[in-house]
Design a protein around this ligand. Structure first.
Ligand code: ADE
Ligand code: ZN
Length: 349
C-alpha cells in the first residue's frame, strides 16, 4: 500500500488538478456547451428557441433529473453530421486532457439521434474518429459506451443494438440511462443478457434518484460491472457491504447530484462516507456543460464542501483506474504516474 506523504492543505486544490485520473461517467451529449450548440445550429441552418448563448445558459436551472433531460435532449438536436459528433467529442477530450484525464470511457445516446433520422454510423464514426485522434494528438486514451434510453422499450433497445453491431469494434460496452423512476433495470434484462453474450462490458445508471432496489437489480438482473451514480446505496447497509466486498465501482457525479437536487447542498454529499466504507467510488462530471463544471471542478468543489484530504484524493484517482475497462499494463502505468505526482507535491513543499 502506498503511504500518502503529508501535503499542505492549501496545496490540495492544485494536487487535485494535477493528479492523473480516469473519467468513467461522461455523456458526450452533456459536454455540448451552449457556444457549440449555437455554432452547430448556424452551420446546419437550424433555428434555436433561444435568442442567445446567455439565454440558453440561463435556462439551466433544474429541479430533478427529468427537468434536465428535457433540455438536454433538445440541445442534442443540433447534431446532424459526422463532423458535428467529431467536433463535440474533440472539444470534450481537449478539455478533459487539460484536467489531466489520461483515460475516458464516454457514454453516447444513439437513440436520441436515430429518432431524428441520423444514421447510427454517422454518430459512432464521428465519435470514434475523435477518440482515435485524441490518442495521437492529446495523448489521452478514450473509448465509447453505447447507452440505451430506459424511457424507451426493450424492443427499441434491441433494434438499436442490431443497428450498432456492424460497428461493434468501435465501442466497448453498453449502459442504461435517462429517466430512472418508473423504468427499472428489469425492463432491459434480455437485451443486457444478449450484450453479455456478445462480450460487451455492462454498466447502468442506478440509485441516482431511484431506490437501492434499482441497484440490486442492476447487479443481479443486468449483471453490470459498474453502477453509474449509486449514491442511494447508502440507505441499505446490506447493499453497502455487498458493494464494498465486491469492489463494484460507483461512478459518482457530485455537481450533477447537486444541480439535480439529489442532495440539497454539496456539503451533504455522501461521497466521503461511501469512500470511507470501502466502496470503489470515483469522481466524474456526468454532463459538464449543464452542471457547471468538468472533472476537476467536481473534485475541487466536493473536496472543499466536505473536507476530504489528500488521502481521499489518492483513493479516488486510484479507484478510477481500478474501475476502468483499460488494459492491466495501462492501469499499472497510470497508478505509477499517480504516485509520482504525489511525491512531486511533497518535494516542492
Ligand atoms: N443522461 C444524461 N445524464 C443523465 C443522468 N444524470 N442520469 C440519467 N440519464 C442521463
Ligand atoms: Zn449519467
Amino acid at each position: 500500500m502506498f503511504k500518502i506523504p503529508p501535503i499542505a492543505p492549501e496545496r490540495l486544490p492544485a494536487l487535485l488538478r494535477a493528479i492523473p485520473k480516469a473519467e468513467l461517467h461522461i455523456h458526450i451529449e452533456g459536454s455540448l456547451e451552449p457556444e457549440l450548440i449555437f455554432a452547430l445550429a448556424q452551420r446546419n441552418g437550424q433555428m434555436l428557441p433561444y435568442p442567445s448563448v446567455e439565454a440558453l445558459r440561463s435556462a439551466y436551472a433544474f429541479t430533478n433529473l427529468q427537468s434536465f433531460l428535457d433540455i438536454y435532449y433538445a440541445g442534442a438536436s443540433v447534431l446532424l453530421h459526422e463532423q458535428d459528433f467529431y467536433d463535440m467529442a474533440r472539444a470534450y477530450l481537449a478539455r478533459a486532457a487539460a484536467d489531466n484525464v489520461v483515460h475516458a470511457e464516454i457514454f453516447f445516446d444513439p437513440q436520441t439521434h436515430t429518432a431524428r433520422g441520423v444514421p447510427i454510423e454517422t454518430v459512432i464514426n464521428g465519435l470514434h474518429r475523435a477518440c482515435e485522434d485524441a490518442r495521437t494528438l492529446l495523448g489521452i486514451s478514450a473509448s465509447l459506451i453505447l447507452c440505451f434510453l430506459r424511457h424507451l422499450s426493450e424492443e427499441e433497445a434491441f433494434a438499436t443494438l442490431e443497428q450498432a453491431l456492424p460497428l461493434q469494434d468501435k465501442f466497448i460496452g453498453v449502459g442504461l440511462d435517462s429517466s430512472e423512476l418508473g423504468h427499472p433495470p428489469e425492463k432491459f434484462a434480455r437485451v443486457f443478457a444478449r450484450c453479455r453474450e456478445l462480450g460487451l462490458h455492462l454498466v447502468a445508471h442506478a440509485g441516482e434518484e431511484g431506490p437501492p432496489a434499482s441497484i440490486w437489480s442492476a447487479l443481479d438482473v443486468l449483471k453490470v460491472e459498474r453502477i453509474d451514480h449509486g449514491v442511494q446505496a447508502f440507505k441499505d447497509a446490506t447493499l453497502m457491504q455487498r458493494l464494498a466486498q465486491s469492489r463494484t465501482p460507483l461512478t459518482v457525479c457530485p455537481l450533477s447530484n447537486q444541480k439535480l437536487c439529489v442532495f440539497p447542498d454539496l456539503k451533504d454529499h455522501n461521497l466521503r462516507p461511501l469512500l470511507e466504507a470501502g466502496l470503489c467510488a470515483t469522481v466524474n462530471s456526468d454532463d459538464p456543460a449543464y452542471f457547471g463544471g468538468y472533472i476537476n471542478d467536481n473534485f475541487t468543489q466536493v473536496f472543499a464542501a466536505t473536507g476530504m484530504t489528500a488521502r481521499h484524493a489518492y483513493q479516488l484517482a486510484s479507484n478510477s483506474f481500478e474501475a476502468s475497462f483499460a488494459s492491466e499494463p495501462d492501469k499499472r502505468r497510470w497508478q505509477h504516474q499517480l504516485k509520482e505526482v504525489f511525491e512531486r507535491f511533497v518535494e516542492y513543499d
